[in-house]
Structures are given as structure tokens and as C-alpha cells.
Design a protein around this ligand. Sequence first.
Ligand SMILES: [Zn+2]
Length: 441
Amino acid sequence: MNDEEIHLHFEELKKELEGKIDDALLKKELNTYLNEYRVTPEAAKRGIRRKYGADDSSSFMTADTLAKKIGELKGTEMNVDITAKAVYVDKKQITVRGNPKTIVSGILGDETGTAPFTIWEGENVELEKGAVYLFKNAYTKQWNERVQVNLGSRGKVEKAEGVRVDVPERTAAAESAEVKIADIREGMGDVTVTGRIISIEERNITVKGEPKTVRSGIIADDSGKIQFSAWNDYGLKEKETICVKNAYIRAWKGIPQLNLGDKCEVSRVDDSFGEIDIAVSKKTVADIIAAGGGLDLSVTGTVVDLRAGSGLIWRCPECNRSVLNGECTTHGRVEPITDLRMKLIIDDGTGAISAIVNRQDTEILTGVTLEAAEGLAKARGDSEIVAREMAELVVMRKMTVSGNVMSDDFGPMMIVSDARIEVIDVEAEAEALYNEVEAAL
Ligand SMILES: [Zn+2]
């Protein structure tokens, strides 16, 4: 790629990543992706954006913010102001990259419609149900034909004093829609699902001081599988096939879950699924981003980067979190345990996903054992060398990874349970490419 082209991409990223990366480093990163990794400019930009923490959504950043009604939102807004009523509010703690984080989520409504929202910096945000708020500099995303309003670190929420917003009552409560399990997305309303119970177990929990028994497990149809929780006793049993009406969807770390609540009706139906394949399902990164996450997914793509925190790491013996200089943020000075890990960025052409690879798979993929890594670090007096050696071995390799995918503020992340390097048949690829070129002439 020539300098002029690189410069264009440089200018674009510079605008988006203002204050997050300096010019020299950005230039170096671009050069590495484009000329060393030889990825497409789009993949390079995605990789750099992800690494330096830009919102994916900022790629078409516009200078001006626009005010819109909920019904006008398209799910592609980068910078939008919305004045709406907080119809439903929920504040909770989630874990993002191993750190606790408080988010505020719920449903916003105005005269034109409703939309789920998430405030990602929710620590000091207190929203009152039924009050009207101005969401400033919000961005939106579309998940299964439903627009989702997000407020990131650039956004702000303030009470809209004296503003009246009427949210129309939904007349004739929308008929619960029949959906396939693979099509279930966070933010969907009531759904009707038919599936076979693959597994079920009882858990005793405490809800508002009262002991309660929850039955949860996995339910599957011929399109996929999902975790479910039944909040009442429907007498569910493994292997039976049920039709669930008016179930609701909640996502846990981006993984949608089916909830059988008070409104729910359960009936036994004849099983017409035959053999259900509950093994890993193959997805593109774009599919995963759209769904927000899922269980036992598999992606094949090119490793475009090995993120910081890869290679030889140290963990607290108490809480297993990684520690720096023998100091755990919770447990103070500890005698750390060494471990190996890779944090890969895998790009399949439709998008990029982070993938966390544990010691066992790291050893298999790289051939570098923990003992060898420790030996190497000791011999060179440099622990970073392990990650550099691993980068040499895996970056630009084509790989298939499988595992559960969770999502947070930074996008989807797979906890890899199985990984393998795809052997590329260079000759066959060259021939295919040649045929394509010839056909185009
Ligand atoms: Zn600890």
C-alpha cells in the first residue's frame, strides 16, 4: 500500500482516536497492520480502533448532534440527542475485562415508540422511573430490528425539567411472536418458543429476602440452543418438548437468556425436531455482533493481533485475577502463580472479535509450554519476550476458535474452549484466485 493511501486511513483514524493515541504510534500501527500483517485497510482500522478503545460506531463520526424521536432512530446514529421517558430502569454491576462496572439500562419511550437503552458509565447515574430525561450524544445500534440506545463516555444524561412526554399504552398487548431460538436477541419483547429441554437443574436463591427455587438449563430447537430460567415450577423435565408462550428475554453479559416468568404459559407438545444437533454452531463475527453473544459458537478468521496481557502472566492465588508486580488489587501482596494466556483479535472479514485462549490451548497452538516460557523469560531477563514470540507464531495465521461469547462495552469476547490453526492450502488458494482473475478478464 502506498503512502498516500495510508495517509488517508491515518487521517480517518486520527480523528476518531483523538487523545487516545499519538501520531507516531498510530502511523506505526497502521504500517504494521497493512504492510506486515497485510490485512485489508478495513480490518486494520477495526483492529486499531478496538485496541485503542474507540467506539466502533465512531467510524462515521459526524460533527453535529441531531435531536431525534425514538421512532426516527435507525440504529446507525453516532451522535444523537433523545428526550424521552424512562419507562423501565435497572441499575446493575457487571464485569468488564475483569473489573466491576456499574451500568444503568432499561426502556425509553416517547410518543413515537420505545427502545431499550444502556448507560455504560452508570456509577453516578440515578434515573427515576417515569421521569423524562435528555440523553445527549447517544449512539444507537440495531439488534434484530430493534434499535438500542447507548450512552458511552462521550454521552450525558440529564433530567428534562418541565418536559412532558406521553408514551402511548400498547393497545391489545402485542401478540407474543413465535421465534426460532437462533433468532432470539436481547431487547426482544415477549416471545413464543418451542424447544426440547436438553438439561435442567434446580437452584435455591434468595429474591428480596425470600427463598425461591429456580429451574434453569438449556433448551434447543433445530436452529440453536439457549439458556433458560423458569421462575415458577412448571414441572419441567429433561428431554420433553415444550411450547413456551410469553417468555421474556434478558441478556447476561450479552448472552440472551429465555425467562419463564409469571405471564408465561407452558404446554407439552409433540416433538418434531428429530435429532437436534447441539454441538458448536458456526457463525460469522457479524452474526455474533448482531446477537450480542451466545453459547458454543465457532468462528474462523485471521489472527490480526495479540493484545497486551498475552504471554506469560501472573495470577493471584486467592482470586485468580492477573496481578502486576505481585500486587493484587484485592488481596495486596501475594505470591503469584505463573500462567500462559493469549488475547487474540480475530478478523473474519465481517468484523473482529477478541478471543481469550487459556494455557492449555495456548501451549497447543504455539508449542510453547509454560515451563519453556518461564525459562525463556528468565534467560533473557524479559517476560515480554514470550508474548512477542507468540505473536510471531500466531499473528496472520488462520484459526478456528469455539467457545461462549460475551459482550461488553468493547464488543464481543470469546472465552475459547477449543482452538485450532487452519492449514491453508497455498497452491489451491492461488489457483482459485487465478481462476477468479481470469474469469474477470
Ligand atoms: Zn487477589
